[in-house]
Write a protein that binds this ligand. Structure first.
Ligand code: CU
Length: 327
């Protein structure tokens, strides 16, 4: 009987382990494409958590259901279970296992965020030392893709882009050629460095396909690096709520081959600075025409709002159909 129980548990443990591995693999498909080297780092971490989480969940739920089904007390059985008390060995195991798990996950998470170099809200100092956050103990990975990711994250940036966030627009400045744009263009497989600034309140530089989200703090310059690894058009969103037209504070991120990127820079440099279409300003002006609006505050369905900053004047703005204005 005991042997049979051990056998069943072993088979169950193997099944759970296999299911967990499968779930860990599946977890990669739950996200947008991995468009930056940093995305791979984060998805690996998430996959690890998913696998472990699945293992623990099934490890608990399985015996729980088994007990529920096969060891139910009979209908009028009001007796207590056997008085089991004090099992030192068991207590050591159930303390040590979670401790080791939590410490391991903390360490792996810390390493990942260190590589991604996202600044936390407490790091309000100027961060002009790009080398500061790089791990000094970058040991080699076994598989080649991992090594490539590692290299992509650690190479020196080749492009500097200044990002300005305001209520409610993103402006991208390429200082080398003195170009401004409301669309972010990036060369694929090249490391870029951003300097993030806010003209008014807290904003959040968030590109889901890159798995990166960086606070943009007023009166601070925040340096931030990433390496796009996949061409395509992605979406930049503001992750920090900042009022009425906050949802309109989005921009396209175009990752393109280096030669196309150079071409875009050249084309943009030829463009004269003109006011770009701005969704927030557009919606505000529509609302402003309505009854009950004053100069500084516009009543929108009962809420007041501060007026949006003037639309950015840039060399390049994408051709844009306005999203439908508020009814
Ligand atoms: Cu500074």
């Amino acid at each position: 009987m005991k042997l049979r129980a051990i056998l069943i548990m072993t088979v169950y443990a193997i099944l759970v382990a296999m299911t967990s591995l499968w779930m860990a693999k599946q977890s990669y498909s739950w996200f947008p494409p991995e468009a930056a080297a940093e995305a791979k780092l984060l998805d690996d971490l998430f996959s690890l958590f998913t696998g472990l989480g699945t293992f623990i969940y099934l490890g608990v739920i399985g015996p729980f259901l088994y007990s529920l089904v096969f060891h139910r007390a009979s209908k009028y059985d009001m007796s207590d279970g056997p008085p089991i008390e004090g099992n030192t060995w068991l207590e050591i195991v159930w303390t040590a296992v979670p401790l080791v798990l939590v410490l391991t996950l903390s360490f792996v998470s810390y390493r990942t965020y260190e590589k991604m170099a996202v600044r936390g809200p407490m790091e309000l100092v100027h961060l002009h030392m790009p080398q500061m956050m790089q791990p000094a103990y970058a040991e080699p990975f076994d598989s080649k893709p991992q090594q490539e990711i590692q290299n992509a994250v650690e190479t020196a940036p080749i492009e500097q882009i200044d990002v300005t966030a305001k209520q409610w627009a993103w402006i991208f400045h390429y200082p080398e050629r003195d170009i401004t744009s409301t669309e972010l263009h990036l060369p694929v497989d090249r490391r870029v460095r951003f300097t993030l600034r806010s003209q008014d309140v807290l904003h959040g530089f968030y590109i889901p396909a890159f798995r990166l989200k960086q606070d943009v703090v007023p009166n601070h310059e925040i340096d931030f690096e990433l390496t796009p690894v996949k061409t395509g058009t992605y979406r930049l969103r503001d992750s920090m709520f900042s009022g009425t037209y906050f949802a309109a504070n989005q921009a396209d991120v175009v990752v393109q081959p280096f030669n196309e990127y150079q071409q875009w820079l050249a084309d943009a440099a030829a463009g004269l600075p003109t006011p770009a279409f701005n969704q927030a300003a557009f919606e505000y002006s529509r609302a402003n025409e309505r009854e009950g609006a004053t100069k500084d505050k516009v009543a929108i369905r009962g809420w007041d709002t501060i007026p949006p900053a003037s639309p950015p004047v840039v060399n390049y703005a994408p051709k844009h159909e306005p999203d439908s204005p508020p009814a």
